[in-house]
Design a protein around this ligand. Structure first.
Ligand code: PEP
Ligand code: MN
Length: 476
């Protein structure tokens, strides 16, 4: 249900704040940004928010977030937009991967490194398959808020608020845990800072060395289930050895750019972390480099579209099977009125059964309008099923089928299939069915860890990358 949201005092209205009130448009270099229109969303229909108005800790949490340092720098965000402009032009490929919902307990060196490692491994395979640079992005360091189909959850006699991600409330089904707690936003900020710090250390500090990544991929190949990928793996290996033999400057290849992305669902969090870029005077969401609007919050006249239209980050919008071509064009008008390449990414999540029918009208309408967006496939969210033993799951074959459909549709339309968006983890979980090293339902009781949607495990993620690489070379 869409409920109106009250106007709330902003940081600069508060007497405790030491920064003097500024005239509209004047630039603050610290604290929550003051900029014309940034509070417009407060009077628009706003869905999928917790009811924490009036919570005794709200103002304090908001103020802390507003005065904390930004998590990302606007210059990095602009660089990402340049990279995405290359994707829009068919000169690079985008890989987005990570948990459906991050958890606070999941912020450990082991889990973060496994995830980053898996994304880097996938990226090497895709780079080879596409013969193009791969822009690497984690659903990480801020992916804590979840949209839900119902505001309340009932178990037996008890009805409590639904779990909305650890930035809002706890997963345990007790009144205390399910009560939305604004202090969790501050905790999510700190967990995101810790995550980003380690990701930056890994990707700048030698962990991303192409030769190391190639060694990890050899580990994947040792599994007899994966022999069908031997040819591609062998070709990548020869390419790396060839570069080494030629004396290619591997120092440069030890580092890689890695960007942080999440769904900008919780507008209190995004608003408090918006800053004015000191170089350009423009507002940026500094909670992550790339943010997207979910399938359930992309109403054209809603708060999310309005808010994100006013910040300069590259944006994504999820498009499900009910999206009309008119809606897609309207979203472009609202979110990318200047038609800036790299500004807008459409992440389609149609379902394997729908993609060949539902995607062509969208792709054709956008193509014919002359607008240039990045097209990415999310082959996860349209393929969720309930397993016989009650777990929410997805079939590996459906996921791959949607990816194939995505390539077919773009080939037929003469447009560029720019990337892949997956829910995955670096760990050996059992949440999605299938893969060559087969996961079946009997493994769920012991190894199903996700609090929300099922993720590809480490091997399934790499296998998907190999299959996509095969599909890309076949299209080549
Ligand atoms: C998600 O990405 O976890 C999600 C909720 O997706 P969608 O908005 O596509 O349903
Ligand atoms: Mn999800």
């Amino acid at each position: 249900m869409i409920a109106p949201y009250p106007i709330r005092v902003t940081i600069a209205d508060k007497p405790r704040h030491e920064t003097p009130l500024t005239a509209p448009g004047e630039i603050l270099h610290t604290g929550a940004a003051e900029y014309p229109g940034l509070d417009n969303w407060r009077s628009l229909p706003l869905s999928q928010q917790p009811d924490w108005r009036g919570h005794e800790d709200f103002e304090d949490a908001y103020e802390q977030l507003s005065s904390n340092p930004p998590l990302v720098f606007a210059g990095e965000v602009d660089k990402l937009k340049d990279r995405l402009a290359k994707v829009a032009n068919g000169e690079a490929f985008l890989l987005q991967g990570g948990d459906c919902a991050e958890t606070f307990d999941g912020v450990t060196a082991d889990k973060i490194s496994a995830k980053v490692k898996t994304i880097l491994q996938m990226a090497v395979v895709l780079t080879y398959g596409a013969s193009l640079p791969v822009v690497k992005m984690g659903r990480m360091a801020g992916q804590y808020a979840k949209p839900r189909s119902s505001d309340m959850e009932t178990r037996g006699e008890t009805t409590l608020p639904s779990f909305r991600g650890e930035i809002v409330n706890g997963f345990d089904f007790t009144p205390e845990s399910r009560r939305p707690d604004p202090k969790r936003m501050v905790q999510a900020y700190h967990k995101s800072a810790a995550t980003l710090n380690l990701v930056r250390a890994f990707t700048e500090g030698g962990f991303a060395d192409l030769r190391a990544v190639q060694q990890w991929n050899k580990g994947f190949m040792e599994n007899p289930a994966h022999t069908r990928y031997e040819q591609i793996a062998g070709e990548i290996d020869r390419a790396v050895r060839f570069m080494d033999a030629c004396g290619v400057e591997f120092e440069g290849l030890k580092r890689t750019e890695f960007y942080a992305a999440h769904e900008a669902l919780l507008l209190d969090y995004e608003r408090a972390l918006t800053r004015i870029d000191s170089r350009t005077g423009q507002p940026y969401v500094t909670s992550g480099h790339f943010v997207w609007i979910g399938e359930r919050t992309r109403e054209l006249d809603g708060a999310h579209v309005d808010y994100l239209s006013r910040v300069r980050n590259p944006l994504g919008v999820k498009l499900g099977p009910s999206t009309s071509p008119e809606t897609a064009l309207e979203l472009i008008n609202k979110l990318d009125p200047e038609r800036e390449p790299g500004r807008l990414t459409f992440i389609t999540r149609m379902g394997a059964k729908n993609i060949r029918e539902k995607l062509p009208p969208l792709v054709e309408a956008v193509r014919d309008s002359g607008a240039k967006v990045v097209w990415v496939t999310d082959p996860m969210h349209g393929n969720t099923i309930t397993a016989k033993n009650g777990y929410k799951t997805r079939r590996f074959d459906d996921i791959m089928d949607e990816v194939r459909g995505f390539f077919e549709v773009h080939r037929a339309a003469g447009t560029y299939p720019g990337g892949l968006h997956v829910e995955m983890t670096g760990d050996d979980v059992a949440e999605c069915l299938g893969g060559s090293d087969v996961i079946d339902e009997s493994a769920f009781d012991a190894r199903y860890e996700s609090l929300v949607d099922p993720r590809l495990n480490h091997k399934q993620s790499l296998e998907l990358a190999f299959l996509v690489a095969e599909a890309l070379t076949a299209v080549g």
